[in-house]
Design a protein around this ligand. Structure first.
Ligand code: FAD
Length: 437
């Protein structure tokens, strides 16, 4: 069996069954490209479960991938009202779970399967010759491996929130104060209510997650007197956070900024601008914590909500050749498109496949992870990303090999193993290499 034939039998591995990973699987299925979706959690939308109580600012019209929607329609799905803004829970129950259960996708999804590393078969990052012809190897948490002809990483950023420390490192004392900290989006009106009702919460951060929590805390304060709210932000002026208000392309998002401004002006939220958290100390066993900044300012509160955003974790691809923008940690092509302003990325177009490329052909980072440290990724952007990537991968299939110098003319041989099937992981793979470092 030739290497080209053997390699083309391998699936495209998609990592993560969030909205973008599922859309990638739908697009690949629509183009008859064999794929396998590996999801660490027990169901689709595992990351979104953590913020299922939050209402999205984009409506169903923008939250459904067109190809996924067509697959669902064909299966008799009842389409949600396009203008409705679902909660995270509704997004999962009414869209992601039905999508993941479609027979065309269900057989191609493996749950409880965490990818811990990706490399090339028989080749580490240093070795050049033949690497683009070699299959990818996805190492799994259970110690088995899955071979792939390409990898689409849609694993999100939920597992790597930014620290409380305003300079990027953990605040001094942050691990020790963990019992007082809530990372983004506690359900302060639901299960997390007892920790915040009638108490003083400081929300740290200036993004959408911080704003959402602040508005929920205001609702809690209306219900429960004695609930106090402080908002600590690094920036000296929060005007850009309030903007663009009514001018926002997504009205529900603009309304959040407008409402926050009113609440700060009315004194219902105490704003601590220019506060760069440096240290956090627990004042007594059950008592409050004290945040301090380098310039000696202090905030004492019962709870701290760390809503400082998320960062992409590229360690899983440490053996691949990535070229990351030094500021945002995105592909360079994407970084060039992201607006450096406060509403960074809101209106960024999805780059073509070229904008998502790394020096490692066949490895693509998509979805919210593709945005690195830039905020304001939209699902609709991810859907455009995976549409383009699926088209490219389908082209590579139809053309008999990966374009970009990949499957054609390889100097690398590997023994075909029946274990390298799309539907099961491999424990052992054999490689006969020709060529050298
Ligand atoms: C509170 C909040 C509100 C938002 N509101 C909107 C909105 O209104 N409109 C909008 O367009 N966008 C919104 N977003 C932004 C974004 O669209 C969502 O975060 C969206 O869920 C991103 O989809 P994703 O598929 O890229 O990643 P995720 O939804 O994060 O999915 C990643 C998946 O990968 C899995 N995974 C992680 N690591 C591994 C691994 N190593 N191996 C296998 N699986 C792994 C996770 O379990 C998860 O299921 C919001 C984000 C947040 C946090």
């Amino acid at each position: 069996m030739s290497i080209e034939y053997a390699a083309r039998q391998l699936p495209v591995v998609v990592i993560g069954a969030g909205p973008v990973g599922l859309a990638a699987a739908a697009h690949l299925a629509g183009r008859r490209v064999p794929s396998l979706l590996l999801e660490a959690g027990t169901a689709a939308g595992t990351a979104i479960r953590n913020w299922q109580h939050v209402r999205l600012f984009s409506s169903w019209r923008d939250n459904i991938d067109p190809v996924a929607g067509r697959l669902l329609d064909a299966a008799g799905w009842s389409v949600p009202e396009p203008g409705h803004h679902p909660t995270g829970a509704e997004l999962i129950e009414e869209y992601l779970l039905p999508l993941a259960k479609l027979p065309v996708l269900a057989d191609r999804i493996r749950y409880g399967t965490r990818v811990t590393g990706i490399t090339r078969l028989g080749i580490d990052r240093l070795r050049g010759p033949g690497r683009v012809g070699a299959p990818f190897v996805a190492r799994l948490a259970d110690g088995t491996e899955q071979l792939a002809r390409a990898v689409v990483d849609a694993s999100g950023t939920w597992d790597t929130p930014n620290h409380l420390g305003g300079e990027g490192l953990p605040a001094i004392g942050e691990p020790a104060a963990a019992a007082h900290l809530d990372f983004a989006l506690p359900d302060v009106l639901g299960v997390d209510r007892p920790a915040h009702a009638g108490r003083h919460t400081v929300v740290v951060g200036a993004g959408h997650s911080a704003a959402t929590t602040l508005l929920d805390l205001i609702e809690l304060a209306d219900q429960r007197p004695g609930t106090r709210i402080t908002w600590a932000v690094r920036r000296v002026s929060v005007d850009p956070v309030f903007a663009p208000g009514a001018a926002d392309a997504l009205p529900a998002r603009g309304a959040i900024g407008t409402r926050l401004r009113q609440l700060v002006d009315a004194g219902r939220i105490t704003l601590e601008a220019g506060f760069v958290t440096h240290r956090v100390e627990q004042l007594s066993d059950l008592g409050p914590v004290r945040l301090s900044s380098r310039d000696g300012r202090m905030i004492v509160a019962d709870r701290v909500v760390v809503a400082t955003g998320f960062r992409a974790d590229h360690r899983v691809a440490a053996e691949l050749r990535l070229d990351l923008d030094p500021v945002l940690g995105t592909s360079r092509g994407l970084a060039a498109l992201l607006d450096p302003g406060p509403a960074r990325g809101w209106s960024a177009p999805a780059p073509g496949v070229d904008g998502l490329r790394h020096p490692e052909p066949g490895y693509f980072v998509v979805g919210i992870k593709s945005y690195g440290r830039a905020s304001a990724f939209l699902m609709a952007t991810g859907y455009r990303q995976v549409r383009q990537i699926a088209a490219e991968l389908a082209g590579a299939t139809a053309g008999g090999g990966w374009s970009g110098g990949g499957w054609r003319g390889v100097t690398h041989r590997f023994r075909w193993s029946p274990a390298w099937r799309a539907d099961r992981p491999v424990a052992v793979a054999h490689s006969d290499r020709v060529g050298s470092r």
